[in-house]
Write a protein that binds this ligand. Structure first.
Ligand SMILES: Cc1cc2nc3c(=O)[nH]c(=O)nc-3n(C[C@H](O)[C@H](O)[C@H](O)COP(=O)(O)OP(=O)(O)OC[C@H]3O[C@@H](n4cnc5c(N)ncnc54)[C@H](O)[C@@H]3O)c2cc1C
Length: 691
């Protein structure tokens, strides 16, 4: 950095403290059911989850005068509070220099296909309010001296719409939003897991009516079974970090897509994810994007005997090509099959994948420059591809070693690992390629409404993204739809003020939950939770990961179905009270894994090819990556078909018929150029803009 940064500033941006507790809700009501007492809460709106998206929804609701309860598994667990990268990115319309064009931004958001045009436009336009609100609450987004927010280019971003507060942008978002929630006196039911959705009515009249909960601090009954009754439920429980073994999510991130499947909600784009390099979840899960690789550390592997391998030298033809592609992983971070071609940057990920399959550990060493390709020149800053050299030159980062270059470009990136007792100025960092994001999720409209009236989804649990997403678009989408769902719920409550109702389904739903708990707690025949976790995660990482052999998908799907049949037959074994919620969430994850595999199987049967972050390998594939040592025929892959970009795959679970798969064309958007002030003002004033 041009200006040296004092230690206390580095600390403020990396060692971010969050509130330890939030005010609990008052409890005035109990229900007797099958001889146990169940606490009952009643609120006009409930948000499940306290990540950046859920907090935004809660704050926006309360600011509009809606009494909202936040229910969360643990304050402040989750991806927003515990994940990041070298510069964790927020992607919003560009507010510097000549500004931006929302239509173009929307096109860029949906550029990878399978994204609704109306959602993309809403995310583009809404990004201004989303980030202005965060700035107003004190999020330290960097500015120049004229007040324009500093920007840079990131993955799938030709324009340069990215900005960042440093490695911990999302944790800082959680901080400012939770401080605002405290100011607004929003109650939080902490240590509480959403077990199932409570619905009322039937057929076309079916709607959300509340949530069945397990609250570890409630001792009214042995399981902590509780219920919240509300006509408006916002699911904001994040992504399925426990779905894959190779995962850079923090531990214990389950999300609740399984809960959504059980409730019969429509899910979409479950085939779409992001995978990329990061440090392992068994140590400290963190993305190794941006400057971590732009400084070109030495990438090598070791075997069980400690023998070192300069394995990337088997893939790239020259040292310059090798080093330049390590650099490019900085802003081409997610794996993409087509980037394995022509010695592109995703060949790095594929090489790492093959290396780890040999049982080797892969390392990043910031003390050494890349080692040469046999027979070629040694690494030299004067011999780099033009774009790489220009970037380093522009940032004054032409120091002799990677760690010196990192100190110059981003000292926060070093500081961050130090806090987790990894000093990258002294020792190398083990890493691999991991599952990092679920692009799909609950299918929603432009107000975050799911297929179940009264139930909304925001943040990573919502399937708002397409096949690809620009880096930072996830955090933006959570903020935009946090606002959108709040505005919609508020409009509905203005039309029909809240009057608490007790649905006639309540007793039956609670009895079902109680029966599940009675059956599985201390169940000697049940599947052990650790076995359940490893069976699901190994299957997903080995047969449905970023390198996926299409011939293996049907067997993986059969095995996932059989696992769910076994769970139905034998149950699971929850052998201690603190494992109650884990038991439920692992079972829901088993259902989700079947749904993902069913969607993938459908996609491949329709002739689907490699897209987004998944390389679909098959003998008949039309393209194959090439390495210095020859064509990698084992990784020959199917090419994507353009027609698949125009539709979304939907999955709905039916207990009788299993996973029901369908497709729908993308939603389009009217010509927004025909929207004028006087013509459209009335619809705003009367609330007609909210369906
Ligand atoms: C390493 C890494 C780096 C990333 N970098 C970026 C980036 O640079 N830019 C970007 O845009 N995105 C990035 N992402 C993705 C982004 O961080 C997440 O998509 C986003 O933070 C999700 O926010 P959320 O509020 O939806 O969920 P979370 O922050 O995960 O919050 C979920 C909340 O729900 C609670 N919860 C979960 N299940 C239940 C349940 N059943 N009952 C009750 N509560 C529950 C949890 O305790 C938590 O409070 C990154 C992700 C990772 C893993």
């Amino acid at each position: 950095m041009a200006t040296p940064i004092p230690q206390h500033i580095l600390d403020e941006l990396t060692d971010v403290h969050l509130p330890r507790e939030m005010a609990p809700p008052p409890l005035n009501e109990h229900l007797e059911i099958d001889g146990i007492r169940v606490p009952v809460y009643r609120y006009p709106a409930v948000v499940l989850g306290s990540g950046a998206a859920g907090l935004r929804a809660a704050v926006e609701l309360k600011r509009r005068g809606v009494d909202v309860l936040v229910v969360t598994r643990k304050l402040f667990w989750g991806t927003s509070a515990f994940s990041g990268s070298d510069k964790q990115t927020l992607h919003t319309a560009c507010t510097k220099h000549r500004g931006d064009d929302f239509t173009k931004m929307a096109q860029a958001l949906g550029g990878g296909g399978a994204m609704d045009a109306d959602i993309a436009y809403v995310e583009a336009v809404g990004s201004i309010g989303a980030f202005a609100g965060l700035k107003y609450l004190g999020l330290p987004l960097p500015e120049d001296r004229f007040g324009a927010v500093l920007r840079y280019q990131t993955d799938h971003d030709e324009f340069g719409r990215a900005t960042s507060c440093g490695p911990r942008t999302s944790r800082l978002m959680v901080k400012v939003l939770s401080e605002e929630a405290t100011r607004l006196n929003i109650p939080f039911l902490d240590h509480t897991t959403g077990m199932s959705l409570l619905k009322s009515g039937s057929g076309q009249g079916e709607k959300a009516a509340g949530l069945v909960l397990l609250n570890r601090t409630n001792h009214d009954n042995p399981y902590g079974l509780s219920v919240v009754l509300s006509p408006y439920i916002v699911l904001a429980t994040g992504g399925p970090g426990e779905l894959f073994r190779d995962s850079v999510y923090p531990k214990n991130c389950f999300g609740s897509l399984g809960l959504a499947l059980e409730a019969g909600l429509e899910l979409t784009n479950l085939t779409e994810h992001q995978f990329g390099i990061g440090t392992r979840r068994t140590e400290f899960p963190w993305n190794l994007s941006g400057t971590y690789v732009q400084v070109m550390p030495y990438v090598y592997s070791t075997d069980a005997d400690g023998t070192e391998y300069n394995f990337l030298a088997d893939y790239y033809r020259t040292t310059q090509e090798l080093a330049s592609n390590v650099f490019r992983k900085g802003y081409q971070w997610p794996f993409h099959a087509t980037r394995t071609l022509n010695y592109g940057s995703s060949l790095v990920d594929l090489a790492i994948y093959r290396e780890t399959r040999k049982g080797r550990t892969v390392w990043l060493d910031f003390l050494r420059n890349p080692q040469p390709v046999p027979g070629d020149h040694p690494f030299d800053l004067a011999r780099l591809d033009a774009d790489v050299r220009a970037y380093l030159e522009n940032n004054g980062a032409l120091q002799a070693t990677p760690i010196e270059r990192l100190k110059c470009m981003n000292p926060l990136a070093i500081e961050l690992y130090k806090q987790y007792r990894k000093d990258i100025t002294r020792e190398p960092l083990p890493f691999n390629v991991n599952h990092q994001h679920m692009n799909g999720g609950i299918d929603v409209d432009i107000f975050a409404r799911s297929s179940l009236p009264g139930c909304y989804a925001v943040g990573e649990i919502a399937g708002t993204h397409g096949v690809t997403r620009p880096g930072g678009a996830a955090l933006n989408a959570g903020q935009v739809f946090g606002q959108r769902c709040a505005a919609h719920i508020h409009s509905q409550l203005k039309r029909k003020p809240w009057a608490s109702e007790t649905p006639d389904t309540l007793e039956r739903t609670l009895q079902k939950a109680l029966a599940w708990l009675n059956r599985n707690v201390g169940n000697p025949r049940g599947i052990a939770l650790d076995d359940l976790a490893s069976e699901i995660q190994n299957r997903m990482s080995d047969h449905a990961g970023f390198v996926c052999h299409v011939g293996e998908i049907p067997a993986a799907l059969d095995a996932a179905r059989e696992l769910n049949r076994r769970i139905a037959r034998e149950g699971v074994c929850i052998n201690e009270p603190r494992k109650l919620s884990e038991g439920i969430l692992r079972v829901q994850t088993a259902l989700l894994s079947e749904a993902v595999l069913a969607a993938l199987d459908h996609y491949v049967r329709q002739g689907g090819g490699s897209r987004g972050a998944r390389m679909l390998c098959a003998e008949q594939g039309s393209q194959a990556p090439e390495s210095r040592l020859g064509i990698l025929n084992g990784y020959r892959f199917l090419a994507e078909k353009d027609t698949h970009k125009q539709e979304k795959i939907l999955v709905r679970y039916d207990p009788e018929q299993g996973m029901r798969i369908s497709t729908r064309p993308l939603r389009s958007i009217e010509d927004t150029g025909t929207i004028y002030f006087e013509k459209n003002w009335g619809a705003y004033l009367t609330g007609d803009i909210y369906p």
